[in-house]
Write a protein that binds this ligand. Structure first.
Ligand SMILES: [Zn+2]
Length: 338
């Protein structure tokens, strides 16, 4: 049984790699940063997809009269993405119709049990390899200067999961599967709940609830794409050269509609006066924010000369809502405008 289980995982992963190559996904993400946009990929592959409230289901794959995918609107974006990838797996691998509930989340490859439905194992193998290919983990780790020993730290694994657009738990088990951490380590990581990590990042600020994610953004995210959801918050931590009179122009954040809920200077761990410190700003995006954020480090008396600046493409419009995916709606609007 184990052999066929392994073969099923491998078949799913191979199919995912083949589809990624046909879409040129790797080259695209190496340019733009960010996560695999599974909904854009599904649209590009011409597979019909609809989002709907689904009673007790995360998603479904139907193949009559023609192939199509349904994904729930009642879960966070990371779960919607993983479900969409799982259903795409069914479609690409020519599977029988499938109604998928929470089991697709519980059934990470590491929890292999004999007698599992191999069609489901294949679809999961596809989803994991499509959303979290090894090259994508390596890309984000290199950009963030994280190494394998850092993956013992829950806060690092959490931030990596946000950049991959997957849940913390899904990433923990995938790290085991890639032999980047031992099984025991994953169980230890899972002792730390994301809620605790969010509280630690937000420090003095208490949001209405902890459903949204909290992104820690630094100059290592410069130029990258950040795909989040409406409830998300972010902490921007930037080196500030106040000794030379330069300060990050937080007004630029306010002008873009962000609410500043925290703003402080952390000094570097150094005794010498005049070293730069870190500006740490906690911000809440306006409703449905999508666009480029640009901040300059300037002298308040001369904002025309900046010492440095940072740009990021932020999209806080998730999760997906009822109807077509955001990727498909945007593509259609572009075609109409052209
Ligand atoms: Zn399934």
């Amino acid at each position: 049984m184990a052999t066929s289980y392994d073969l099923a995982v491998r078949a799913g992963a191979q199919a995912a790699g083949r589809i990624q190559r046909s879409l040129g996904l790797r080259q695209q993400i190496e340019k733009t940063g960010g996560a695999v946009n599974i909904f854009a990929a599904i649209h590009e592959l011409d597979v019909p997809l609809l989002l709907r409230p689904l009673d007790g289901l995360l998603g479904a794959f139907l193949n009559f009269p023609s192939p199509g995918i349904l994904v729930t609107t009642q879960r966070p974006l990371s779960i919607q993405r993983f479900t969409a990838a799982h259903e795409l797996g069914h479609c690409i691998l020519d599977h029988q119709p499938s109604l998928d509930d929470d089991n697709i989340l519980r059934r990470m490859p590491i929890n292999a049990e004999p007698g599992q439905d191999l069609q489901e194992v294949e679809a999961d193998g596809f989803a994991v390899a499509f959303m979290m290919p090894k090259w994508l983990l390596a890309l984000h780790m290199k950009r963030q200067h994280w190494t394998t020993p850092d993956l013992r730290r829950p806060n690092i694994v959490y931030q990596l999961s946000l950049r991959l657009g997957v849940s913390y738990e899904a990433l923990c088990w995938t790290l085991v599967r890639y032999k980047m951490i031992p099984n025991k380590q994953a169980r230890e990581l899972l002792q730390t709940r994301p809620r605790f990590l969010k509280e630690a990042l937000l420090a003095a600020y208490t949001p209405n609830n902890y459903r949204g994610d909290v992104w820690m953004l630094t100059d290592r995210d410069a130029g990258a794409r950040i795909d989040g959801s409406r409830n998300d918050l972010f902490v921007l931590k930037l080196k500030e050269h106040s000794n030379g009179g330069y300060l990050w122009n937080i007004e630029q954040l306010r002008e873009s509609g962000f609410a500043i809920v925290g703003n402080e200077v952390e000094s570097l761990e150094s005794d010498s006066v005049g070293d730069p410190g870190f500006r740490r700003v906690t911000a809440q995006p306006p409703e449905e924010f999508r666009g480029r954020l640009i901040l300059h480090e300037t002298r308040p008396w001369d904002e025309t000369q900046s010492l440095s600046h940072i740009e990021m493409d932020l999209d806080f419009t998730g999760p997906e809502e009822e109807g077509l995916s955001r990727a498909e709606r945007r593509r259609r609007l572009m075609l109409e405008a052209a």
